[in-house]
Design a protein around this ligand. Structure first.
Ligand SMILES: [Zn+2]
Length: 339
């Protein structure tokens, strides 16, 4: 379809994908050719990433995946894929990837996990098992996870040659990570706060930032960009920022005191009527818009700011949401690594 341009006249396109090993086995079985020939044939076709980038939906068709579930969720509108994000299934696990980052899949690997997994600190052994599961799918080594203890601070740490660490010394009170080293997996956790993923394809450097409402108020996204500029010589025109699922202005209701804080801090933008909305005498804040504004102020191009457009509270059947589950909430994690 894509070769002939027929996809352009289709309302939806669904890619059927599987990992390389499964594809080769199937070609051998179906066409009676050896592995070498099957591999060559596979290499002459579009790869899995092409379908993740170009199809509206993707179905994973491997031995252990539940095809009925995937198809029903597309029909029932529960699949969260949109123009910027693809929602993928693998066995019991579901995760999201940004189409933009998949274009650079030779250099970076990433995902945002969903409710099928929980990365809260409560049970680290369980969280480690979950890291292993998702890293196996992404072909990453889960022993290379770097995870700080997040406290809604503005502290951003650069990972150089340290050993992989979860909550280690030097990783306390850290809400952003930067690295230009390969095979170091950045992992921050979220339940409504905004995940900001950064990638500069020219300098080949990545960052991830936890921007909750406190982080947004303190402009942690802008602090990260400044650090990338000053310490790594990143040209902000090259920098891509993908914004993961978070609570959005549809659901982020705040009390008068928080509304006033945001009013004072962001009235200079001239867009305060868009940032703070009043519905039925309640105030709602658009923290996504604030992040877009401050990233543009730092020099990012509009086209390079990619928003997942997904609200965690509206989609709390698929994503952990603090506002829905309160103190019992699990955590989604955003992973990104240079490979
Ligand atoms: Zn919502």
């Amino acid at each position: 379809m894509f070769e002939t341009g027929l996809d352009k006249i289709c309302n939806i396109t669904i890619g059927v994908i599987a990992d390389e090993k499964t594809c080769i086995e199937r070609i051998c079985y179906r066409d009676g050719v050896d592995k070498e020939k099957a591999k060559k044939r596979l290499e002459s076709q579009y790869d899995t990433n092409f379908f993740k980038v170009h199809c509206k939906f993707c179905i994973t068709n491997e031995e252990h995946t539940d095809l009925d579930k995937q198809i029903n969720e597309i029909l029932e509108n529960k699949n969260l894929s949109n123009e910027n994000v693809i929602h993928l299934y693998n066995g019991d696990l579901e995760y999201l990837q940004f189409r933009k980052f998949l274009e650079y899949s030779k250099y970076i690997n990433h995902c945002f996990t969903m409710k099928s997994q929980d990365f809260r600190a409560l049970n680290m052994e369980k969280a480690k098992e979950e890291y292993k599961k998702i890293c196996d799918i992404l072909n990453l080594d889960y022993k290379k996870i770097y995870r700080p203890k997040q406290t809604h601070s503005c502290n951003i740490k650069t990972i150089k040659s340290e050993e992989p660490l979860i909550f280690g010394e030097g990783f306390q009170d850290v809400d952003g990570l930067i690295t230009k080293e390969k095979n170091k997996i950045l992992s921050l956790t979220y339940a409504d706060c905004i995940p900001l993923y950064f990638y500069d394809p020219v300098k080949n450097i990545i960052a991830e930032v936890h921007s909750g409402w406190r982080g947004t108020y303190q402009k942690i996204g802008a602090i990260a960009v400044k650090k990338l500029k000053d310490e790594f010589g990143v040209n902000t025109k090259d920098l891509i920022c993908c914004m993961g699922p978070s609570i959005r202005d549809c659901c982020f209701e705040v009390k008068e005191d928080v509304k006033n804080m945001f009013y004072e801090e962001f009235k200079y933008t001239g867009r305060i009527d868009e940032i703070i909305k009043c519905k039925n005498s309640k105030y709602y804040i658009d923290t996504i818009l604030i992040n877009k504004i401050i990233l543009k102020e730092e020099g990012l191009k509009e086209d390079n700011i990619i928003d997942s457009g997904i609200c965690t509270k509206c989609n709390s059947d698929k994503l952990h949401s603090y506002r829905v589950e309160k103190e019992f909430t699990g955590r989604n994690t955003g992973l990104i690594a240079l490979i």
